[in-house]
Each structure stands twice: as structure tokens, then as C-alpha cells.
Design a protein around this ligand. Structure first.
Ligand SMILES: *[C@@H]1O[C@H](CO)[C@@H](O)[C@H](O)[C@H]1NC(C)=O
Length: 290
């Protein structure tokens, strides 16, 4: 009800029109997981259970850079769903990734107000031309398809930069869907405002006490964007509440920000889906492993 009233009566809020679709959110989780399969087989939509969950991908561009193996994603088209997908892989070793977290910021593309996380942004910049080229091809072929940006963890940060970049460079007329899972903060409040201006319907899913969305901390000038969809219970419960962020105001602290805990488990369960399971090859994938 609270979310609805924000959507209907919120003043400075860009006009949000989509409602959160949990079934579609699970689809987005599977696309996020598919990005963990980086082999050439992915081009034929062979990536184990992740691909089997979402059949119908007919064209796929792998997005990677030889200088940084940590960056991998894909841009694809699913003809059954009439959906263009941009998805980035999370970190392979989450515990190691968190322990190496830094807080450096740099101006976003020369902006005087927008600051972004240097590491995430420079990772994305390596592959920006590939993303723009692949998306450009697919929106020309499928001008009325919907487009989804998604990713988990580091993948959520990278897909955020991709989403903003695509809108800035290509201004697609397609209906845009943006669902991220366990995203770290990517920039300052001015950058959050920019994200929300371009994507009034950004759903930023956070599970319970997942540590990653608390990083980098607000004390270092970082701020979250979008409608936070906060799953309020441990494990696989689907109970959730919404916290709408609003352009021009600091991060809404009424959802995950009310709890602080280093909980490795919560990062590995999203929308009722077990991410300790490697959806590409069926092996266990721990928070500490791989
Ligand atoms: C929610 O998403 C699912 C899966 O994409 C779709 O089948 C369903 O029609 C959607 N529901 C609404 C209300 O849009």
C-alpha cells in the first residue's frame, strides 16, 4: 500500500509504472546465473539448468575482456519471451571479493556532480563498446522487444553501468526492465538520481541481512537507487516489503538499512532460489568457494 501511494502521489518521483513481478524476478535470477557459464556453449544457450529454465534464446553475444577475467556478461535475445537480456556475472569468490572492497570514487564521464565507484565503473568501461554494439544490433532486429538488465552481486553493479550507458548512448524505445540482486552501491546520490531518472522502474532486490548491499558504506559518499524490494526473512521465504528511493533525497533507510549483519548465507539465496548451487554444472557453489 505504501509503495502504491508513492507511485500514485509521489511528486519528485519520475513516473513509475511497472509493478514488481516476482515470477519475472525469478526469471531474472536465472539469467543472472546463466552468466556464470562463460564457455562458447553459452552462445547455443547451453548452460545447464540456468538455460533450461528460460528456453528460447536464439542469439547471444558473450561480453568479455582479455585484460580482466573478472568481467563477463552476455547480451541475448529470447524469442519465446520477446526479450533482450543484458546480464553480468557476479564475483567467483564472494568472500574474497568482499575482503578486497575499496571505496574509491571518480567523476562519472566527466560529470561535476556524479561520482561512481572507480573499480566497478572501470571494469564496465572495458566492455562498454561491446555492450553498445550488441544491444544496438538486437534492438534494430527487435524494436518492440522488452529489454532486461540483470545481475547478482558484482554483476548487479556492472549491469547498472550497462543500463545507464545503453540509455545514454542508444535511447531505446523498448520497454525497459531492470532487476538487480544483492547489488553493492555504485555511486553517490547524484548518480542514484541519474539512474532513477533513466529507470523509474528499477527494482533492486535485497535479501534479508545480505552484507553486499551495505557496501561501500554511505559514510564514504555512496547511495542506493531504485525501489528496494527487501526480502525480510532468512532462507527461502518470499515475504518482502518495498522501499522507494526518491530523486533528490538520500537513500531510503527503512528496508535493509534497518539491519546490519555479516551474513554470508543471505547473499546466496535470492527470490527463493538457492545460489549455493552452480546453475551451470550442478555442483555446490559456496560463498567461500570457487
Ligand atoms: C509476471 O511475469 C511472468 C513471467 O515473465 C509472466 O508470465 C506474467 O504474465 C507476469 N505477470 C504480470 C502481472 O505481468
Amino acid at each position: 500500500m505504501k509503495l502504491l501511494s508513492y507511485i500514485l502521489f509521489g511528486s519528485s518521483l519520475a513516473l513509475a509504472k511497472q509493478t514488481y513481478n516476482e515470477t519475472f524476478s525469478q526469471t531474472a535470477v536465472y539469467y543472472s546465473e546463466a552468466a556464470f557459464c562463460e564457455g562458447e556453449d553459452l552462445e547455443d544457450w547451453k548452460c545447464g539448468d540456468a538455460c533450461k529454465k528460460e528456453p528460447g534464446v536464439t542469439k547471444l553475444f558473450r561480453i568479455k575482456d582479455a585484460s580482466n577475467e573478472g568481467v563477463f556478461g552476455f547480451v541475448a535475445y529470447n524469442e519465446v519471451q520477446d526479450l533482450i537480456i543484458v546480464s553480468f556475472r557476479g564475483s567467483q569468490n564472494t568472500a574474497n571479493w568482499i575482503s578486497n572492497f575499496d571505496y574509491f570514487q571518480e567523476p562519472y564521464k566527466g560529470s561535476e556532480t556524479m561520482m561512481v565507484h572507480t573499480g566497478f565503473f572501470s571494469d564496465y568501461e572495458l566492455v562498454s563498446p561491446q555492450v553498445i554494439s550488441a544491444v544496438s544490433t538486437l534492438i534494430q532486429e527487435h524494436p518492440t522487444a522488452r529489454m532486461l538488465f540483470t545481475g547478482h552481486s558484482l554483476g548487479a553493479a556492472l549491469t547498472t553501468f550497462a543500463a545507464v550507458d545503453v540509455m545514454e548512448q542508444l535511447s531505446p524505445k523498448n520497454e525497459m526492465l531492470f532487476y538487480s540482486f544483492g547489488s553493492p552501491r555504485t555511486g553517490n546520490q547524484a548518480f542514484s538520481d541519474h539512474i532513477m531518472t533513466l529507470y523509474p522502474d528499477y527494482f533492486r532486490v535485497v535479501h534479508y541481512t545480505d552484507i553486499v548491499p551495505h557496501l561501500p558504506m554511505t559514510e564514504f559518499g555512496f547511495n542506493h537507487a531504485g525501489t528496494e524490494v527487501w526480502y525480510t526473512e532468512p532462507m527461502f521465504s518470499l515475504d518482502h516489503v518495498f522501499c522507494q528511493n526518491v530523486i533528490g533525497t538520500p537513500e531510503n533507510e527503512n528496508c535493509a538499512d534497518t539491519l546490519w549483519s555479516y551474513d554470508p548465507a543471505a547473499h546466496m539465496q535470492y527470490v527463493g532460489i538457492n545460489l549455493n548451487y552452480n546453475w551451470c554444472n550442478g555442483t555446490p557453489r559456496g560463498f567461500l568457494e570457487e
